[in-house]
Design a protein around this ligand. Structure first.
Ligand SMILES: [Zn+2]
Length: 258
């Protein structure tokens, strides 16, 4: 199970959950949102960080929210006994893409495989809410043990390096050639689309950069300079660092400001 670790900013330490006998499913109630967006919203609520333990995007990529052992903040009265999973999307009106449903089922198999069978619930089963929406594929989710079979047999796993981080991609054999499965790439956080203009598949590396929140001394100095000289908020600076630009740009900007 490929879980993307993001080192999300948090405000304080998490408390350990005393027991685990439920898994509770949610939707983001947002058509498009990154795990950082959700984390920011929940920090703005005054919480320690993202309330969910897992976040699944529509492309099927799975992100870690707060640590799995931590007391969640997603279902009143059930946080002390449950793992919370949130799916990107607004499933009062939208329909869940197949890749996202497949990842949800794979994650449920992974969790149940480690804890034994936990009670699977929707948010609305325990609190007064519409979450996860009337179009949420509840019967399919409950049928998580039933994995969609694929024709292509995975023959090996290849590691792909992105931003210095290794992703395991499944490979299939066809006509004597070894191919990395596109779905596997998209689960590793790549965006895989078909460029209609050029008639080529277009693959973009993940924007998720793993970084040490404090950075090294040089980066920390650069952040301080940017805050003082440009009045940039820490959130904005972290955005620059986290997305495609990286620490290098932050350091360069700070140098230019000195
Ligand atoms: Zn919910």
């Amino acid at each position: 199970m490929k879980i993307i670790e993001c080192n999300l900013p948090r405000n304080g330490n998490f408390t350990r959950r005393s027991k685990t006998d439920e898994v509770i499913l949610h939707h983001a109630e947002a058509s498009s949102a990154t795990v950082w967006d959700i984390n920011d919203w929940h920090l703005d609520n005054g919480w320690t960080g993202i309330g969910y333990h897992y976040y699944i995007r529509k492309d099927g990529s799975v992100y870690r929210g707060r640590p799995e052992w931590a007391l969640g903040a997603h279902a009143v009265g059930h946080n002390d006994r449950s793992i919370g999973i949130c799916c990107e999307g607004a499933y009062m009106t939208e329909t869940m893409p197949a890749a996202q449903l497949a990842s949800l089922k794979a994650l449920l198999r992974d969790i149940m495989g480690r804890y034994g069978k936990l009670t699977l619930l929707r948010h609305k089963d325990v609190n007064s809410t519409d979450c996860p929406g009337k179009n949420f594929p509840w019967s399919e989710a409950q049928n998580y043990m039933n994995e969609e079979k694929e024709d292509d047999e995975v023959i090996e796993t290849k590691n792909v390096l992105v931003d210095g981080k290794e992703y395991a991609c499944e490979c299939i054999e066809k006509g004597g050639n070894n191919f990395v499965k596109l779905r596997s790439l998209s689960q590793a956080g790549y965006s895989v689309v078909f460029d209609a203009a050029r008639q080529l598949p277009a693959i973009t590396a993940p924007q998720c950069r793993t970084f040490v929140p404090d950075g090294d001394e040089a980066v920390q100095d650069a952040i301080d300079t940017l805050q003082e000289k440009c009045g940039l908020e820490e959130k904005t600076i972290n955005y620059l660092r986290r997305y495609e630009y990286g620490d290098e740009l932050v350091t360069k900007l700070a140098k230019a400001m000195e």
